[in-house]
Write a protein that binds this ligand. Sequence first.
Ligand SMILES: NC(=O)c1ccc[n+]([C@@H]2O[C@H](COP(=O)([O-])OP(=O)(O)OC[C@H]3O[C@@H](n4cnc5c(N)ncnc54)[C@H](O)[C@@H]3O)[C@@H](O)[C@H]2O)c1
Length: 312
Amino acid sequence: MRENKKKVFITGALGFVGTHWCNFLLDKGYTVFAIDLKKQNIFHKNFIYYRRTVFDYKLIDRLIKKSNIVFHFAGIAEPLKYLTNTSQVINLTVKPSLHIVDQCCKYNKKLFFTSTSEIYGNLNKKKFKESDSRLLGPTTFSRWCYSTAKSLVEHYIIAKGNENKLDYIIFRLFNIYGPSLKGRVVDNFVNKALKNQNLKINGNGKQTRCFLYINDCMSAFFKVFNKKISKEIFNIGQDKEISIHNVAKKILKLTSSKSKIVLNSNNLKKYKGYQDIIKRVPDVTKLRKMTNWKPKIDLDKGLKLFIEDIKK
Ligand SMILES: NC(=O)c1ccc[n+]([C@@H]2O[C@H](COP(=O)([O-])OP(=O)(O)OC[C@H]3O[C@@H](n4cnc5c(N)ncnc54)[C@H](O)[C@@H]3O)[C@@H](O)[C@H]2O)c1
């Protein structure tokens, strides 16, 4: 392994992505300082956990100073919350992130930040490239708060990078799924299917997404991390598109469920200006070219693994 800096600090460490990344790095011999609001559920001699908020700036500063590298994952990634808890989403996404950026500059620590495919908004393009423009609705429509907040943090990180004060990587994640995922479409469908409850789809189900299994996301993170790439943005996702209706059908088949699919349930429509994104495919050429990364787990295999895990 080329990377010899062994102490890392991870925020949102017990979330879906954080849990997998902590375990991945612990397996590789890293010491992990971690913050989250959740009850500790990773126990390892090199896992030093603080059940605290990322607004605890005193602790944040101390842990950044102590670590070699910072992974800032804490956030709210559930689409419903963009509509119901808008100011909270903005507050959490922006304020501690700007503080963490400043502290990484102060102590000269590299920052890895998880951004989102939502950045691109409703751009009408076959595949989204890191350098593409963005197309968002008006600020009176709350659903754009997450995209806007994450993009502000991206701007700040890039500005500090341009001023030569910060080394960073930004990962834009596209629908990552796998064990311990909560509050997103795949876990919602699998849980409902296993209970033989109806699978409700917003809209006509023709909207497409691309789903990447968490292990492939971890290998992408590690390839970028290990190659010591600097000041880049990477899309991380699968570039094979599938409609939400077909995902639901696949899950019903794989779980042998008696559930029915209900189209146009549109429980989000009651929120002003709610707009679903019709299509969201990452262009991962940059990641492939710079790191040789290739996903290994297709949707069928990933869903089978995920379903087995939920059944346990
Ligand atoms: N999973 C995806 O497909 C996806 C897609 C796009 C972007 N992302 C981004 O990746 C990151 C991780 O996403 P995830 O899927 O693991 O989400 P998650 O909700 O599972 O994890 C986020 C974690 O942050 C923690 N957190 C929230 N508020 C906190 C606070 N005030 N202090 C400390 N911890 C706090 C939560 O307890 C949770 O464990 C987020 O920044 C998210 O925006 C994820």
